[in-house]
Design a protein around this ligand. Structure first.
Ligand code: COA
Length: 265
């Protein structure tokens, strides 16, 4: 396993094709500062460019919080007046970077998952959740105008009625409610979260990257453009699978009764 310190307060670790991006601001429950939002797209570009990386996992340091959202302590300086719009742009670029990832993304959620942290988790493909997790988007409790661009990822996870309930009330939802709402793919005891997340990430990492890419592009395209999906574009991802060395390897491995070794080519 390799660990790279990545200022500011973000760290990356790579283990068996799994790139973990960790928010390390524990004294503020892993709240994201503006600099952390700004650094996130670069970390995603790195993960995308590294052929060894098959799955990206987002998490917070420790086991108390995925993230308590944006760091409110700096709002006076950088999220008021004209700065508020710039802040939102930087924040939005971070969410976009997660949403644009072509590799599978998993949010591994312990404890608090609030505001921008909740949005970040919803921008991931899936969420593995500890039984002590609490989700909330308390923007209305701070009179924050929730950027409309951030509603779309929410709506690919929860229904419109639930999105409205979350945003209108700012309520907190425990892990069981989050599972019922479709936020959590799985809820596991906190002590098992890391192992369970690793298990599912390794499962995906062992599969054919081009197959996963084709499926991810299709699901995301239908969410983004349900009325007019670009089938020609989606078909190209499927063709890439059939033309790949991995498809030949998949067939060979099946006949030889062994596990395939896929290379994403
Ligand atoms: N930004 C900055 N600091 C934060 C923070 C945030 N989003 N969330 C928590 N912190 C800090 C607290 O100020 C506190 O610091 P202190 O020890 O110096 O007083 C520390 O993290 C621990 O938080 P605390 O509130 O004492 O923990 P708790 O367990 O009682 O409550 C929360 C946890 C998440 C319910 C509560 O911290 C909270 O409501 N945070 C704000 C969440 C939010 O509104 N996020 C959306 C931002 S847009």
């Amino acid at each position: 396993m390799s660990t790279t310190p990545t200022p500011p307060m973000l760290r990356t670790l790579t283990d068996n094709g799994i790139r973990v991006i960790l928010a390390d601001n524990p004294s503020r429950l892993n709240a994201y500062t503006r600099d952390m939002w700004a650094a996130l797209p670069g970390l995603f570009r790195e993960a995308e460019a590294d052929p060894e990386v098959r799955v990206i996992v987002l998490r917070g340091a420790g086991t108390k919080a995925f993230s308590a959202g944006a760091d409110i302590s700096e709002f006076e300086g950088n999220r008021t007046g004209a700065e508020a719009r710039r802040y939102d742009e930087i924040n939005h670029e971070a969410f976009e970077a997660v949403g644009r990832a072509t590799k599978p993304t998993i949010a591994m959620v312990y404890g608090y998952c609030f505001g921008g942290g909740c949005e970040l988790a919803m921008c991931c493909d899936m969420r593995w959740v500890a039984d002590d997790a609490v989700f909330s988007i308390p923007a209305a409790k701070l009179s924050i105008g929730y950027n409309p661009r951030w509603i779309r990822p929410m709506l690919s996870v929860v229904t419109a009625a639930k999105a409205k309930e979350m945003l209108f009330t700012g309520r907190r939802y425990g892990a069981a409610a989050a599972y019922d709402m479709g936020i959590a793919n799985a809820v596991v005891p906190a002590a098992e979260l890391e192992a369970e997340t690793r298990k599912v990430a390794l499962e995906m990492a062992a599969n054919a990257p081009l197959s996963i890419r084709a499926a991810k592009e299709a699901v995301d395209e239908f969410a983004a453009r349900p009325e007019s999906p670009d089938f020609a574009r989606l078909d190209r991802f499927v063709e890439a699978c059939f033309e790949s060395e991995d498809y030949a390897e998949g067939r060979r491995a099946f006949m030889e009764k062994r596990k395939p070794v896929f290379r994403g080519k």
